[in-house]
Design a protein around this ligand. Structure first.
Ligand SMILES: C[S@@+](CC[C@H](N)C(=O)[O-])C[C@H]1O[C@@H](n2cnc3c(N)ncnc32)[C@H](O)[C@@H]1O
Length: 248
C-alpha cells in the first residue's frame, strides 16, 4: 500500500491528555494496550538484559516520551541493572506483567523511587526542530529511546526523515537509537480526541534510517492480532521495535 502524507495540524499541545492515554495500558483489561506492552517490553528486555551488550556502554541515555525527554545520569547503568528490566525474560510474560506476578504496593513505591532517582532531568523535546532540546544543551548521549512518537509527531515522510536526523545529533558517535512504533497507522483515539499519525512501513524506515546515518542492528516486528481488529480506536497493522547505531 502506498504511504500517504498526513496533512492535519498538530493537536498535541491542546488536546493530548496523558492520563487518558494511559487507559490503554491497564494491564489485562485492554487488548490493544496489552499487545503493545507485551511486544515492546519483550524487546526492551531482550535489548537491555544483562549480557545483551547494549546496556554495558550506556552511561547516559535519553528517553523520548510525551513530548519531553528524560535524561539518565552515569548512575543509570547501575540503576537499570537493579531494575526488573534486566531480569530474565519469560516468553509468556516478557515483562513480568501478569496480575499474579504484580508486586505489592510497597514494591511499586520502591520501583517508582528508583526510577525517579535514575532520571536526572526532564526536558521539553520537539523532534521537528533541528535541535530538539533547545534551548537546553546536553553532552551527546550513549543511547536514546523513542516509543510510538515519530509517527505521532511527524506530519510528512520528509518530516520523519528530518526527525531521525535531528535525533541523531543527540547521540555520541557509535551511540544507539532504540525506536519503536506502529506500522500503517493513520490515527489513534485518546478518549474522544482523535490524533492523526503518519503511516510508516518497513521499507521507508530502513531507507530513512540509513539516509539519516544509522546502521540498523535489529528490527523486530509483529502483525496486529486479529482479536484487536474490531477495536476502532486506532488502525495500525503492526508494530516494530528496532535498535540502530549512529554511523560515522
Ligand atoms: C502515541 S503517544 C506515545 C506516548 C509514549 N511514548 C508511549 O510509548 O506510549 C505519542 C507521543 O508523541 C508526542 N509528540 C507529539 N509531537 C511531538 C514532537 N514534535 N516531538 C516530540 N514528541 C512529540 C506526544 O506528546 C505523545 O506523547
Amino acid at each position: 500500500m502506498a504511504l500517504q502524507e498526513r496533512k492535519e495540524p498538530d493537536v498535541y499541545q491542546e488536546n493530548f491528555e496523558p492520563t487518558s492515554y494511559l487507559e490503554y495500558y491497564r494491564m489485562n483489561q485492554d487488548p490493544i494496550g496489552d499487545e503493545v506492552l507485551h511486544f515492546l517490553l519483550k524487546h526492551y528486555n531482550a535489548t537491555f538484559k544483562s549480557g545483551a551488550g547494549l546496556l554495558q556502554p550506556w552511561g547516559s541515555f535519553l528517553i523520548c516520551r510525551t513530548g519531553s525527554l528524560c535524561s539518565g545520569s552515569p548512575y543509570t547503568r547501575q540503576r537499570m541493572a537493579e531494575s526488573d528490566v534486566s531480569g530474565p525474560c519469560d516468553e509468556r510474560d516478557p515483562a513480568g506483567l501478569s496480575l499474579s506476578s504484580l508486586p505489592s504496593r510497597d514494591k511499586w513505591a520502591e520501583k517508582e523511587e528508583r526510577v525517579r532517582r535514575a532520571v536526572t532531568r526532564v526536558l521539553k523535546c520537539d523532534v521537528l526542530k533541528e535541535q530538539p532540546l533547545e534551548p537546553a544543551v546536553l553532552p551527546p548521549a550513549d543511547g536514546l529511546i523513542s516509543s510510538l512518537c515519530l509517527e505521532a509527531a511527524c506530519p510528512t515522510l520528509q518530516a520523519c526523515r528530518d526527525a531521525l536526523r535531528h535525533l541523531r545529533t543527540l547521540l555520541r558517535p557509535g551511540g544507539h537509537l532504540v525506536l519503536s512504533g506502529s506500522f500503517e497507522s493513520t490515527f489513534f483515539m485518546v478518549g474522544d480526541k482523535r490524533f492523526p499519525t503518519l503511516p510508516l512501513n518497513e521499507k521507508f524506515l530502513r531507507e530513512a534510517l540509513q539516509e539519516a546515518g544509522f546502521i540498523i542492528e535489529k528490527l523486530e516486528k509483529v502483525a496486529r492480532a486479529t482479536e484487536t481488529h474490531l477495536d476502532n480506536r486506532t488502525d495500525y497493522t503492526g508494530l516494530f521495535f528496532l535498535v540502530a547505531q549512529k554511523g560515522d
